[in-house]
Design a protein around this ligand. Sequence first.
Ligand code: FE
Length: 213
Amino acid sequence: MIDSNSTPAQRTSASVEQRADAMAQAMIDSGLAEKSFVEDFAHKAVEEWVPRNGARIVVKAWLDPAFKARLLADGRSAVKELGFDLPAIHRQLAIKENTADIHNVICCSLCSCTAFTLIGLPPSWYKDFEYRARAVRQSRTVLRELGLDLPDSISIRVWDTTADTRYMVLPLRPDFTHGWSEKQLIGLVTQDSLIGVARLEMQGIQGSERVRG
Ligand code: FE
């Protein structure tokens, strides 16, 4: 059973914050990084690498079919049009489009890799051994445990992230958003839907607020 509240830190004596601080100090002490680099990285992680970036990309694709075609063909190049420059190690950004009968979900069976500059830092459950171990071989069950109960008519495709290939799901635009403004649409798209553990048309308007909160 996936427990969305559990974290790897709960299995150790040191908190996540303590371990992060220790690693940052070790990098500074060994000359691998300046203190300003660590502070800048922390600032970006909180303020700049947010799921709203991915939401903007998704909504642009919903509203602009030509952009969507470019996005699906070469994600890395297409997101540059919106001002998003990916880290050099993210050599490829693969956008996986959900349809009425195909559902895409992302994991990193090795560790915690994501297209984090676009979808935000991964949630704790994404890094948990349970999710990493079971997302590939028990995907339908794992999604159900995380609140997404897909009918058998929807096929599931699991994408296992590597160091140089990062994934983002392009959710299906819900029918109930007909006539919505771009700003309203951006507000609907959640991190869960960008990873693929939620479908916007199934969670509805109230559901999206619940997930975000
Ligand atoms: Fe990883």
